[in-house]
Ligand binder design. Structure first.
Ligand code: IPE
Ligand code: IPE
Ligand code: MG
Length: 262
């Protein structure tokens, strides 16, 4: 939802002013972001799509820094979907390389900031060399207990659920899991996000209002926040505005706060 058209690009309030507006006791535990609009940003600036993706990485850096400052617990960013293989080979290769190179470049800084980083997604299409490099780099951060940063890479919500089905079936067949014990919580244990809280707030930039196969299971009760801003232009101020807006919503989870007479 774009709440206030004026809130999309620049804010009248400064970053410290917005920080002061945050209610410490109503912080979302987990924020998920569909970082969309790099290509349109590039077109707008008359540069190549690759430059748009590079600018997108700078925005990720900004938002991770802000999340660390705010002591957010979980941040999940959508970097590459199981459907993004449908793009040109040139763009796919560029994105794969950019994502891995950025991880390797940033890992020391992430460690200094106590960030615990995890790639979530399917291994299927990724080469073992690629996957190994990702794992080698990520594991260097796994003693950190600050922000948990999930990079959704070759991620698809349906794929994640399919892979969970497969593992559940295997565990039932081998007797490791009793089918009668399977409930929603247990299914959650088979997802890439096992052990993490569901996203409270889901942000999508660039004006598109769809899930695009992101966190299909986990976002069942997430609050959505949409903005026209293209991802490379997304600022820490707008990030705070999204959180403040979230904090002023009433989440009901199907129940009623006040039980009026029926
Ligand atoms: C988001 O930007 C980045 C990825 C999907 C990897 P896009 O590349 O989708 O940008 P638009 O939607 O074409 O503007
Ligand atoms: C969603 O954006 C995927 C990522 C942000 C990584 P897309 O640009 O691929 O989504 P669609 O195709 O517009 O739904
Ligand atoms: Mg897009």
């Amino acid at each position: 939802m774009q709440n206030n058209p004026e809130s999309s690009n620049s804010s009248v309030l400064t970053y410290p002013e917005l920080l002061a507006q945050l209610q410490g006791d109503r912080m979302p535990r987990h924020i998920a972001i569909i970082m969309d609009g790099n290509g349109r940003w590039a077109r707008l600036h008359g540069v190549r799509r690759s430059a748009g993706h590079k600018a997108g990485v700078r925005a990720v850096r900004r938002i991770v820094e802000t999340s660390v400052e705010m002591k957010l617990e979980y941040l999940t960013v959508y970097a590459f979907s199981t459907e993004n293989w449908r793009r040109s080979r040139g763009e796919v290769n560029y994105l794969l390389k950019l994502i891995l190179d950025s991880l390797i470049t940033e890992i020391d800084e992430l460690n200094r900031n106590n960030v615990n980083i995890r790639f979530i997604g399917s291994r299927q299409e990724l080469s073992s060399a690629y996957y190994r490099k990702v794992m080698e780099t990520c594991t260097r951060s796994w003693n950190n207990n600050g922000l948990h940063l999930n990079v959704a890479m070759n991620y698809g919500g349906r794929r994640e659920i399919m892979e969970a089905f497969g593992e559940i079936l295997q565990d039932v067949q081998s007797g490791k899991l009793n089918y009668a014990d399977l409930d929603e919580k247990k299914v959650g244990d088979y997802l890439y996000t096992s052990g993490m809280p569901d996203p409270d707030l889901l942000i999508r930039t660039s004006g598109e209002k769809r899930l695009s196969n992101f966190l299909v299971w986990q976002a069942a009760y997430a609050e959505f926040w949409f903005t026209e801003t293209l991802w490379p232009d997304f600022t820490r101020e707008e990030f705070l505005q999204a959180i403040i807006d979230y904090q002023n919503r009433q989440r009901r989870f199907g129940a009623r706060k006040v039980q009026d007479k029926i």
